[in-house]
Design a protein around this ligand. Sequence first.
Ligand SMILES: NC(=O)c1ccc[n+]([C@@H]2O[C@H](COP(=O)([O-])OP(=O)(O)OC[C@H]3O[C@@H](n4cnc5c(N)ncnc54)[C@H](OP(=O)(O)O)[C@@H]3O)[C@@H](O)[C@H]2O)c1
Length: 228
Amino acid sequence: MNLLVLGRGKTGSLVAEIAAERRHHVRAVGAKENADCSALSHASLSGIDCVIDFTAPHCVIPHIEACVKAGKNMVVGTTGWYKDVGHVRSLVEQHQTGFVYAPNFSVGVNLFLDIVRSAAAALQHEYSGQIFERHHVHKKDAPSGTAIALQRVIREASGKNEDLEITSFREGEVVGLHEVVLESAGDRIYLCHDAKSRRGFAEGAVRAAEWLAGKKGFYDFKDVWREL
Ligand SMILES: NC(=O)c1ccc[n+]([C@@H]2O[C@H](COP(=O)([O-])OP(=O)(O)OC[C@H]3O[C@@H](n4cnc5c(N)ncnc54)[C@H](OP(=O)(O)O)[C@@H]3O)[C@@H](O)[C@H]2O)c1
């Protein structure tokens, strides 16, 4: 495939590396080369099969608008924009492109979400719960998109109206650690996912772009990762 990666930071550069390992043709652009979406004109995007975005919350919506309007498929790993998810979904449907997004593209985290979904039953049996997330000091959004996804999964699976509290820690170079603690008068259940490197996210995003080839529609990675 012919892939354009937006963002040459910690994750985007690894996405480009893994895409090349998987024999795709890949170009990556950073903030300077893409000022005011200059790398996303119809002409610049001609011949691109899919755009993968790992940039920042302040610029991701203009990126999505430019790429979708140009009829390009997209995989969006950037977090911090989910209040606009309705707007993006209708844009994708209107332009009939393919779109996959996720707060976390690692298969391990998506398995973890399934485990947490089962464990949420505890809240119907006099357990209380808390979510903790730890990331590196450079992370721009808090709480993490993954912590918010855990919160949503637990709310939906437990049938409770109240969200569990999320506590965020920013320290050192922690890649991403998420914990769900469920507590009753008699015991405590600890569920934890600890990312050892960014490779899981980057590989998941490239495989999502491969899966999206020739497809249209708006997809959450949690609903498609089993098909990769
Ligand atoms: N979904 C997932 O699995 C997952 C996993 C990891 C991270 N993330 C998310 O992905 C995003 C990036 O994370 P990161 O850790 O890689 O951050 P990072 O190291 O800060 O990298 C962000 C990069 O985006 C570039 N950038 C900023 N504006 C741009 C623009 N308009 N066009 C092109 N590039 C632009 C920056 O370029 P300059 O350096 O030139 O400013 C920087 O290289 C965050 O939202 C993070 O939460 C998601």
